[in-house]
Design a protein around this ligand. Sequence first.
Ligand code: CKU
Length: 608
Amino acid sequence: MIGSLLYPRMTSTRMKFSLDGMWKFTFDRDKTGYDKGFEKGLSEYEMMPVPGSFADMYSDPEKKNYCGDFWYETDFVIPDHDDKKVILRFGSVTHRAVVYINGQNIGEHEGGFLPFALDITDKADIGINKLVVKVNNELNEETLPCGIVKKCKDGKLIAKPYFDFFNYSGIQRSVNLLILPKQSIEDYSVSYELEDNKAIVNCDVTASKSESNLNLTARVRLVDENGNLAADEELDLTSEGTYNKKFTVLNPILWNVLDAHLYTITISLTDSDGNLVDEYSEKIGIRTVKVSGTQILINDKPVYLKGYGKHEDFSVLGRSFNYSVAKRDYECMKWNGANSFRTSHYPYAEEWYQLADEEGFLIIDEVPAVGMMRSTHNFVDAGTGKYTYFFETPTVGTLQKNHLMQVEEMITRDKNHPSVIAFSLFNEPETTSDQSYEYFSKIFEAARAIDPQKRPLTGALEKNSSPEKCKCHKLLDFISLNRYYGWYISGGELDEAQEKFRDELDRWKALDTGKPFIMTEFGTDTMPGNHSLTGTMWSEEYQKNYYEMNFSVIDDYDFMQGEQVWNFADFQTSEGIFRVGGNRKGIFTRDREPKSVAFLLKKRWENK
Ligand code: CKU
């Protein structure tokens, strides 16, 4: 059971203290941390920012590429808090954490891109406490994302990801201390149906249980962006601690694509004397998402997705969240007429979704199920027909458990964001075996059951997942294709590439899936400033020619309902002969300046 994943917020009943700052930090190369009593406090350390990705702090490659155990420590203060409970909430720790307070193990978490909250009420003292976190960033075939670790002769570990982004790790998102009422709001969800001039809102609330077991009343209040009260309803108790109400909002101001309108929702719990016990407030948007035939509908109107596959990636910051970078990214995306992005290849920091809610951006929210093909160069191998029997491995059951857990955590965390219009449950696994179908049908079934809004589910398919061989596309509500015709396939030969691309789309058409398709990846590595009148590969001209060709194909198929180019910006990867200072498929450079193709996209997207 996962604890409350509600975003940490102050309200009249809740206090929040940030633990961000410089923490003590040390690597633990020989894994002797416990022998040295590190869980009680670090005897050797340097200072490290939290949040932060340690890799980009260093000049020493051994430290930058460090793989294994490492430790963080900070002191924090718990103020006097009467009869309240104390929660420690990590935005994410990559890839796994064991947490100690004053030397005592208080909890663990697997997975590097989702939050976890630990109740430390009885495990910490009022006054100063010592918090130690043992982190590990190793990858294997049972973790999300997948990879392996190479052990060198001297015992050094090197991460070998089965994915194409740098294995940034550490405490990469904020850490907060929360002081909450003993009986508190654990979770809530909202879903919508639209009828003429009204929205039916279905609201569920879960309250935590406590020994006192007070008989609480739950209420929900909606206030629109102009400050008008749109609903004020008491919920019905459905079982101990769970409440529900379906109510109507008349003349709702709908949240829409690039036209965001938000309501403030306030959930409250009161006792039998009418005293406020807990209150939680945030912004939501009323809108529906459906797939109908080959169209994706927002508020029953078709939408064409224009935008990007992204990464959380920036120089020095690595994968840690920064408001200024996020603001800049939205400005770049709006500048060239994008309306959407996919959180390739993991759930991003929660603030990305809050900004999208405010901007009217559409997000395909992806779980970190990437690298489900046994290859450290699967971006190259994918096009070749190479097959690695990934889902035929006996340990796949453990991977599946992890996968299910992270799907549950992601949907629980992100379900109320109007910007989240779909969940992507995988990126480019091997999908041609019966085993892969069996594996993924469970994942899709679970996701469908968890999401209160029953949003469309998808997954990004690579080239081997052809219309003839892919066993998993039937699980998807819309089909997402990652295709590199003109780069990994027929690179430099755009005529041949075009033929092959058209041939594949014709074969999908012949299959008559009846579903919408979107391109979730297509692109070319491009060195900014590298120009070529003959349009050779890696030049800015080639990137433009490539996209022009791809667009001419996409435009000929009605079932194509979106295009998300790869990638928004250049990003850091593992080093290798295929990468020049990282992946260069950005439409923008890593410092967010446009390559020439950005203007081509602007022209197209502003008119599409
Ligand atoms: C991208 C088989 C293609 C995989 N796709 C995944 C993505 O993470 C990579 O960065 C390809 C690329 O640029 O190669």
